[in-house]
Design a protein around this ligand. Sequence first.
Ligand code: NI
Length: 248
Amino acid sequence: MLLHLQTWAECEAYLKRSTAIIVPIGSTEQHGPNGLIGTDAICAEYISHRVGEQADAMVGPTIGIGMAQHHLAFAGSITMRPTTMIAYVRDYVRSLAVHGFDRFYFINGHGGTVATLGAAFNELYAEQSLDTTGILRRVRCEQRNWYETTGVKAISAKEYTGREGSHATPSEVAVTQFIHPDAIKRVGMEPVGPRPRRYTDSRDLRSLHPDGRIGSDPSLATPEVGKRLVAAAVGDLVPDFKAFVAAA
Ligand code: NI
């Protein structure tokens, strides 16, 4: 069930049987020659909604903008600074903690967000340790990257051997093609070169990766594989979410 489609009374009733919530978190940033700018948010949201259905759990509003400063030299990309994102996640979690939610399971679609989301969790835990209100006393947060689940990695290794890369991957593009078949882009692209050194800011990334891909060949993406990747991610995340909720 989706939080934004509930009434407050329905949310209050849910809290009597569960205090857990799934939070989709993605990004709005360039995804190479044929990838949609919304790729990371689209994938995280769709997979989170399916996990919520299968686990009979509440799903919060998608955090659709992430820490993507390194993509800002490509048109359409939007970023939150790490400090903004930490404040945003903090207020999101604290607001729901006021109502009694205390298990926050973030399903993430963007590698660039991992460190900042972890810092946001530590900011909350620091508040918890310094707590004077009691609201945050029992809050626990977890993040899982759908693209690193066991089932997804197995499919990716088989279908895209050596061409998955780390950004604008055929896996994530395939998932968006399955979700939005009307938005599939047919774009020719050069073979992928070797991955050079680690980038820093957005201009550095663009100079190293002129078409936005990082070590990937998203021309291999198909909606058929995307469908299997979604099923694999959901299949791994549902029991993992349940175990997180059941843990003391
Ligand atoms: Ni992505």
